[in-house]
Structures are given as C-alpha cells and as structure tokens.
Design a protein. Sequence first.
Lengths: 109, 113
Amino acid sequence: EDQVTQSPEALRLQEGESSSLNCSYTVSGLRGLFWYRQDPGKGPEFLFTLYSAGEEKEKERLKATLTKKESFLHITAPKPEDSATYLCAVQTSGYALNFGKGTSLLVTP
Amino acid sequence: DTGVSQNPRHKITKRGQNVTFRCDPISEHNRLYWYRQTLGQGPEFLTYFQNEAQLEKSRLLSDRFSAERPKGSFSTLEIQRTEQGDSAMYLCASSFDRGSPLHFGNGTRLTVT
C-alpha cells in the first residue's frame, strides 16, 4: 500500500531562518508528487508538481526537489506570511492523490 | 476562473439526520473529487468523477455516503443517518486532466452533535 510520511509534524522558525520540510514516500509507480499549502479553515492551495527524480521547481521563497524516495520543500528566508500547513501528496496508478499528514509551519517575527 | 465553490461552508446537524453538500467545480474541469479531512490529518480520498461517471470510490466510503454529478457539472455528496464520526471538513476538488493539479474549494465543515 502507498505510504506518504511528512516530517517534522511541526516546525517553528524565526523570520529569515531557512529550513526544509521532508516528504518520504513508498509507492509503486509514481506518476507525480504534489505540494500544497493549507491555511486554517481553507482548502489546500496548489504549489508544485514534480514528476521525475532530479526535478526542481521554485516559487518565491519556496523550492521543491524530488528524489526516488523523497521530496524536500526548502523555505529560504521565510516570512510570517509563510506560516501554514504544507501538504505533500502522491499520485500513482489510480485517480486520487494520496496525502501525507502535513507539516505545520509557524514563522515568528 | 472563479475557483471551486462549496456550499454550505458550515453545517451542524443532529446524529441520525441526513445532510447534503454541493460542489461547483471550475467550469472547464471535467474531473471532480471529494475528500474528507479531520483535524491534524491530510485529506482522505472519498470518490472521483470524470464527467458524470463515478469512476473510483474509496473503501472508506460507507453505504451511508452517496455522491452524484448529474450532467457532469456540479456534484452533491449526501450522508444519510449521520454519526458523530462523520464530523470533518468535506473538500471538493477539480482538475483539467489526469496528472494536472487538483484545485480545492474551501470545504464544508460538518459537525454532528
């Protein structure tokens, strides 16, 4: 059965303190890996899709990378507005995305 | 592009009552998904429609749950004889094609008392 594990569960950073979130996966036949951001009381907001090992995507202070076993979401010089839960999801042979439990990020001024 | 719209935003119901939620996807998206999310967890897949056809259902989806997508446009999710364990955020998402990212609505929060 497909498994998606995100770590850490929670992360507190000072503004400007760069860090990385991890998403490790055990799946049979990865078709795509997705990163989402979710604010409290809202639906997940799409950030990136990665399809193959070695691929990287960037958007503002965020950079996502993919290997054959895991993906990282690097946050460079975060700001308080980057505080949110970051979700990783994989798509394999079916139609659905299989989500991890997320990493709750708090960035303090 | 007005995004995925879900109604109502909140629903409080008593155990044993039936509830129905509505989802209006992005107009050019023919794929529609329902997910359920509880506190501290990621979204869990419930069911998937391509146009009006329901092509995949999770084993989590009990007989009390039914979803429809008449004419391949909006979708409804009905829960019959609600239980306290049904309390959750119900999320709808749509996508353009397989492999495209899912675009989520802001969900319907269900509280069963």
